[in-house]
Ligand binder design. Structure first.
Ligand SMILES: Cc1ncc(COP(=O)(O)O)c(C=O)c1O
Length: 468
């Protein structure tokens, strides 16, 4: 039989099942009942009689989307079969016009930046509050947003992530109030928020908080197939435009298994959300206490965030290393070798995404692995990320995209305009975006990251692309 590398790799992965503390929310199929599993395989069909049309829903898809809207309390909601990325593009194209000025969180997902470039918008970036104590960016502070809105009266919309990858949520209620006063739209990338509001112990769902448009990756936290996502609209005036762009960005061959899983995920959370999330959060609380007693890591709680303006998704487990000389990357690797699949790491933290389909055995395995962990297992170099200021924008990103570029050594790039987004991981915040001026501070920071062997996207052999 011919070699099938992907088939083989997945077979191996399934045979060596790890405790699933990463996406997707369905956790290795545990979240799907037997009936749905059969539908997911045998229901891979296309739009035939009686199965409606995602691009013009009049039957079962319309009904399922109405139930979705009812649950999340939107004006109208839609299924997305190409992930939140397609939802973010739809949101940006439908709420804004070419040339509009937008306030954007500097640490948004790349699909937001892609939307800004393609829609030819003029971004004003808002600095994320970086907590050195937590070694993570928490998000945008209300004051930062208000200051920018007051300085730029022509801003049409604010685009924010809620929550970020660490499960940290900005003061969205306060931000929405300020935007309302100024008639500025609020567009939310809630890729990690599909389960919000299911229990009073979770942050509120951003649709209910009053955001104009919200995108959610159902697949990240709910029992939906990967790529399954939702788009919610709260402003009736945006519906027509949203549908126009939605049907441009969506595939014309939508996957019925993904749509069925989106319907199933909504049904699941609507019927059982409160109960199962309360059970999950009890389990997490119990194991956080036990893990903290081991002394090797500290599980982050809302009270540990070094800025009280922010709140926390209690379903996210962040293992924070307090000991200098221990590394989050090493801990992630150690846990992987012990059969624990985590979502990601930075220098000082390991992030675990849980869902109601993580059972007590998963948490026990995590606890045992941490109990067996010695300092030697996780010893590694620490890199103190330098502070960050947003560089000056010389030309809008879409103009930079259309310009001719040349490779240039970092040292010779002083005062030139960047042709790429240059992003060090960690912290994952763009150091410079296309169209911005490369100053001395940027050059020093780039050299710092490279000398410390930090991965920097957009740099090759100490060269970057600039506008020629
Ligand atoms: C904050 C955020 N927004 C958007 C996306 C894109 O979501 P999707 O993979 O569903 O397209 C991601 C993916 O990780 C994300 O973390």
């Amino acid at each position: 039989m011919s070699k099938m590398p992907i088939v083989q790799a997945l077979k191996n992965y399934i045979e060596n099942e790890k405790a699933p503390f990463s996406m997707p929310g369905g956790k290795l199929g545990r979240g799907f009942n037997e009936e749905l599993k059969e539908i997911l395989i045998k229901g891979d069909i296309t739009e035939i009689e009686g199965l409606d049309n995602l691009h013009n829903p009049q039957g079962i898809i319309k009904e399922a989307q109405e139930l979705l809207s009812l649950y999340y309390k939107s004006w109208k909601s839609y299924f997305l079969v190409n992930g939140s990325s397609s939802g973010n593009l739809t949101m940006i194209f439908s709420a804004l016009r070419e040339g509009d000025k937008v306030l954007v969180e500097r640490q948004c997902h790349k699909s937001i930046f892609n939307g800004i470039i393609l829609r030819k918008l003029r971004p004003v970036y808002a600095e994320s509050f970086y907590s050195e104590e937590n070694n993570m960016s928490l998000g945008c502070e209300l004051n930062t947003i208000v200051k920018i809105l007051d300085e730029h009266k022509d801003i049409k919309a604010v685009i924010l992530t809620y929550p970020n990858y660490y499960g940290v949520c900005c003061n969205l209620k306060g931000i929405i109030e300020e935007c309302r006063k100024r008639r500025v739209k609020v567009l939310i990338d809630g890729a990690h928020a599909a389960h919000f509001g299911a229990s009073g112990r979770l942050p509120e769902n951003p649709v209910k908080l009053g955001a104009d448009m919200v995108v959610m990756s159902a697949h990240k936290t709910l029992p939906s197939l990967t790529q399954g996502a939702y788009l919610h609209i709260n402003d009736r005036d945006l519906i027509q435009e949203a549908e126009r762009y939605l049907y441009m960005f969506l595939t014309t061959s939508p996957s019925y298994p993904i749509m069925a899983s989106l319907d199933y995920a909504r049904g699941f959370i609507m019927e059982k959300g409160e109960r199962v999330y309360d059970m999950l959060l009890n389990l997490i609380e119990k194991y956080k206490k036990l893990i903290n007693e081991l002394g090797i890591v500290k599980c982050i709680d809302e009270k540990d965030l070094f800025n009280s303006e922010f709140s926390f998704d209690n379903s996210r487990l962040i293992l924070h290393l307090t000991d200098v000389g221990t590394s989050g990357y090493k801990l992630l690797e150690y846990l992987f070798n012990k059969g624990i699949q985590c979502e990601m790491a930075d220098d000082r933290n390991v992030v675990l995404i849980t869902s109601p389909f993580n059972d007590e055995k998963d948490f026990q395995n995590l606890y045992i692995a941490l109990k067996q962990c010695t300092r030697k297992d996780i010893t590694g170099k620490n890199i103190k990320v330098p502070g960050h200021t947003i560089p000056k924008l010389a030309i809008p990103p879409y103009e930079a995209l259309n310009s001719s570029l040349e490779w240039c050594s970092i040292e010779k790039a002083l005062n030139k305009i960047s042709g790429d987004n240059i992003v060090p991981y960690p912290p994952g915040i763009p150091l410079i975006m296309m169209g911005e001026v490369i100053d001395k501070e940027i050059i020093d920071k780039l050299n710092f990251y490279i000398d410390n062997e930090v991965t920097v996207l957009g740099v090759a052999s100490r060269k970057i692309r600039v506008i020629s």
